[in-house]
Design a protein around this ligand. Sequence first.
Ligand SMILES: *Cc1c(COP(=O)(O)O)cnc(C)c1O
Length: 484
Amino acid sequence: MSDDDRGYTFDQARWADDERYVSLLSEAAPGRAEPGDALPDDLTRDELALPDPAEPTVVRHYTRLSALNYGVDTGPYPLGSCTMKYNPAFLEDVAALPQAAVHPDRPDESVQGVLEVQHRLQRALARIGGMDAVTLQPPAGAAGEFTGIEVTKAYHRANGEGETRSEVLVPSSAHGTNFATAAMAGYEVVELPPGDDGRVDIDALAAAVGPETAALMLTNPNTVGLFERDVVEAADLVHDAGGLLYYDGANLNALLGRARPGDMGFDVMHYNVHKTFATPHGGGGPGAGPVGVVSDLAEFLPTPHVHETDDGYERYEPERSVGKVHGFTGNWLVLLKAYAYVARLGDEGLRDTSATAVLNANYLAEQIGLDVPYGPFHHEFAATAGDRDAADLARAMLDHGVHPPTTKWPEFVHEAMLTEPTEAESRRDLDALAAAFDAAAAADDETVADAPERTAARRIDQVGAAREPRLSWQALDDEDAAGD
Ligand SMILES: *Cc1c(COP(=O)(O)O)cnc(C)c1O
């Protein structure tokens, strides 16, 4: 298809002709070799040992590798906190529509459809979270956190409190990214110990909160699936002290269509579209972490933001924007999938999603023999491996054809096996997962210590892999090959 068929022309020469850009490039690489120059001797070799296999060997190699790979399309993937759920295939068709493949630099009037979808998604997410405005720009949950905390900082600065509000409060059960976000944004991180019931200890919070508090970052339900029952009281404490409430939206699956962070008192939140809505994640692929805010914070959102005018949809710069955190309006095709997913489910489907996510977690926890020390939980639970090593039990589960849960985190649960089956699993798959848990727990110490025995890669030598990493292709000598 030519550019003309799409009704626009993309001037590829534009960047190349921009002298400023060209000079920037050469400044970035001083002493760069000119095309046609011979490579320096120290960068060349006379011989290179590259494999030279026949085509069938290559095809069989990669086909075999693809069959060894385990993913959500193969079976349950119950990594707690990660929400590894099945992504409906129709979303790939939506993202592959030629109309979606537009260059982000095109003028607004020529991409009205794209901007309308972005605007609709902003509105849908705002409604789901109980927020007033949403930016789609951040490329992941962690990037959303950073954006949200930067917005928080801009708000305090605008109120003349940029210097005094120097602390961000984070419960110890929080995801590591919360601590990293607050530190990266230049805040002092104050860790709140969990109460006896695994939830935020309101007395500890009351003691920690004060005029230095910029924000409290909270995940609700928290990272062991426990609903923070005192969230309204926590919000009042923080607001009375002039701080803001940040909602880590990674566990929104538990609340979808039923409860909204905005109604609980949160001022700013991120959405992990690759966890709550649908897009494959893991493996470093693109994600998206839109950020929602209450109206007082909207003028600080990243630029560009999409809004509706009398003439249609337009990208603009919010008045006191924190700037850019990613290119254009973010990872557009990921956002398009999120929009298609939300639109397909509708309000009722979203409510079903959270109900099934919570039901599946509770059903699975009932089926397994391991102890689950905290409850009642929502969409995920932390079982304890007791006097066994949680990572060893997880390896033993691999021999039963399933992916094991997250292990040894959060740390306040002894030998935690943090399990999130997600709403995507059938009862049959949940039963298979429970059987794998129980078989691993019933195995004797020797079996567990040797596991996994039936997987393509056996017990990985993690220390060896770190000390002697093989980062490029190498021909194995016969001895190595026999060992593998
Ligand atoms: C996954 C997760 C994050 C980080 O999100 P990414 O999209 O992976 O960057 C933050 N908090 C919690 C609780 C999470 O589970």
